[in-house]
Ligand binder design. Structure first.
Ligand code: ARG
Length: 563
């Protein structure tokens, strides 16, 4: 039972739908005021009445509703108190009944969402900055799926550009296949850095590199083979990280995939009179919209990042017929996406409005927390290994006899990093701190995971108790009510996370629920001499565990059985 809905359905105000009323309902700062409140100033203009008057009228006309014990007008607010026992009974029944599906919905049925995330660059190191796009995108992917949407995860690989010509030059001149096979990306990076050192003194090699890149485009066998080889080396290495993070993609169509798909876009731009020449280049003028021109073709006729994104947008619309297409990309690319979306709009594509740039902030490491292996780049693999190692150290110290120590350390270490990245609103810049994300008493993955393990052990101890309980014989308390109130909000939390593209709503929910459960756990004895009370409290424990596990799963954090 959704109490907000119950309230909204019973409020009749001219000019407002139940949905509007629903969205106005708030949770008051203290429970003494009430469990829910409706601020009436939202209606005062439409009704031409003072909010306290509206509240008074609404209180008088509110019908007797099961589950709501009192309705009171206080100032401009209409405050509701719930029949707590009825409320708790309803919530527990729903969570237990729906199990893993609790919080899910069918609102997305028949709709498709494309998500472009991670989108790594071939032959470049995978560094900590890539963690955000990967985990935010993967979380949104799971959240939309949970809401019934058809989801398409796309890794728009950065696999196009003159840097591949440079890499071919470096590889042919100084490289050794056996070494690249063995050292992978690290060796490719070394060759690339070496290339730039040499090119500084002998810029002529840039011409050779450019000719190699041209050869890739023209399908030259050797160059294409080398390019594919670099790609395979990169993907193999990145795949290890995706496995650790449990992240998947439905498509790896990268930039080069659009090599033969840009012409129709260019033609259409021309036909619609949108292309103008500027210093030899073909551009779409966006001055009227306060933006620099969007360059479509360089003066030498070469395409650009934007051209390939235009072709990708067409391709995605034609292939998946999306209802929404999300780009989980750092805010540094705000302008790029504004330009692309504007050009699509100018082309008269009605679906331009369905394109969303899901921007996020920068990640930096707490200074001194890690020596970088190569220059300035902090490799993601190193960050994750270090989290796992630290988790293992903590386990060795706190619970050395734990079975499955290594598997658990992996779930805790990786979970801590993921959770840390998804804790704040995504647009905020974050400073990554190992100690902070791994603090077992903080607002962290380990804290939530530990709470799930605690639930597991309570439930295991209560194995022999009959699960049925009779709430009419129980005087429900604050702690129990607090846990159930949170549980009741979960479906709404999932919906808002999708609507606002903010996985952090779910992360926060997990922390709040874990806190409320732990308060309940410490204040109230769960396994008591009274079987009825025990069964009831074990049911609360089962429901808290279920919602916590689901929330963590949605954001990409695993839950070890024991910790
Ligand atoms: N590879 C790009 C980068 O690392 C991100 C690509 C984002 N996706 C897109 N369709 N432009 O900056």
């Amino acid at each position: 039972m959704d109490y907000k809905q119950l309230i909204a359905q019973n409020i009749k105000i001219e000019g407002f739908e139940a949905e509007d009323v629903y969205s106005f309902i708030e949770v008051p700062p203290t429970k003494e005021v009430g469990d829910y409140a409706l601020p009436c100033f939202k209606f005062s203009r439409a009704l031409r009445k003072a909010p306290p008057m509206i509240a008074k009228d609404l209180a008088e006309s509110f019908p007797k509703v099961e589950g709501i014990s009192s309705v009171e007008a206080v100032g401009g607010y209409l405050n509701f108190k719930l029949d707590r026992s009825g409320f708790i009974g309803g919530v527990l029944q729903r969570v237990l009944g729906e199990g893993e599906l609790y919080g899910s919905s069918k609102i997305g049925e028949g709709k498709t969402v494309c998500l472009d995330y991670s989108s790594v660059n071939i032959a470049k190191p995978f560094h900590i900055g890539h963690l955000s796009t990967t985990v935010i995108g993967a979380a949104l992917y799971r959240i939309y799926k949970f809401l019934g949407y058809n989801t398409v995860g796309i890794n728009h690989l950065g696999d196009y550009g003159t840097q591949f010509g440079k890499l071919i030059y470096a590889f042919k001149t100084w490289g050794d296949r056996a070494v690249v096979d063995q050292k992978g990306l690290e060796e490719l990076t070394r060759l690339y850095v070496l290339y730039h050192e040499v090119a500084e003194k002998t810029p002529e090699i840039d011409d050779i590199a450019r000719s190699y890149f041209k050869k890739i485009e023209d399908g030259d066998k050797e160059c294409v083979e080398l390019f594919e080889y670099f790609k395979a080396i990169t993907l193999k290495e990145i795949d290890k990280i995706y496995k650790l993070l449990d992240v998947q993609f439905d498509s790896y169509a990268g930039e080069s995939f659009y090599n033969d798909k840009m012409q129709p876009v260019v033609d259409e731009l021309k036909e619609k009179g949108l292309l103008v020449e500027s210093q030899g280049a073909q551009v779409v003028d966006l001055e009227e919209y306060g933006m620099p021109p969007c360059i479509i073709l360089r003066s030498d006729g070469a395409s650009l990042y934007a051209t390939r994104d235009m072709a990708a947008a067409y391709y995605r619309k034609n292939t998946y017929n999306f209802d929404k297409c999300l780009y989980v990309v750092a805010y540094q690319q705000n302008l790029h996406f504004q330009q692309i979306f504007k050009v699509l709009e100018l082309l008269g594509k009605p679906w331009a409005k369905d394109m969303v740039h899901v921007a996020y902030g920068m990640v930096s490491l707490e200074s001194g927390s890690m020596s970088t292996r190569k220059g300035k780049v902090v490799l993601l693999e190193d960050v994750l290994s270090r989290c796992i190692q630290k988790a293992l150290d903590i386990i060795e110290e706190k619970n050395p006899n734990l079975e499955n120590k290594h598997e658990t350390a992996k779930q805790v270490g990786v979970g801590a990093a993921v959770f840390g990245m998804l804790y704040n609103n995504k647009i905020k810049d974050v400073v990554f701190s190992y100690d902070k994300v791994l603090n077992f008493d903080g607002e962290t993955a380990p804290y939530c995971q530990y709470t799930v393990a605690r639930c597991n052990s309570v439930i295991a101890r209560a194995r022999d108790i009959n699960a049925a309980y009779d709430l009419s014989r129980i005087d429900v308390n604050e702690q129990e009510f607090a846990v159930c109130s949170l549980l009741q909000t979960f479906p709404d939390v999932v919906l808002s996370a999708a609507e606002k593209y903010e996985p952090c709503y779910i992360t926060r929910f997990a922390v709040d629920l874990a806190k409320a459960f732990n308060k309940f756990y410490f204040d109230c004895k769960i396994i008591t001499d009274d079987d009825n009370l025990t069964a009831y409290r074990v049911a609360i424990t089962k429901c808290a565990r279920q919602a916590l596990k689901t929330a963590l799963k949605l954001i990409g954090v695993g839950t070890p059985e024991k910790m």
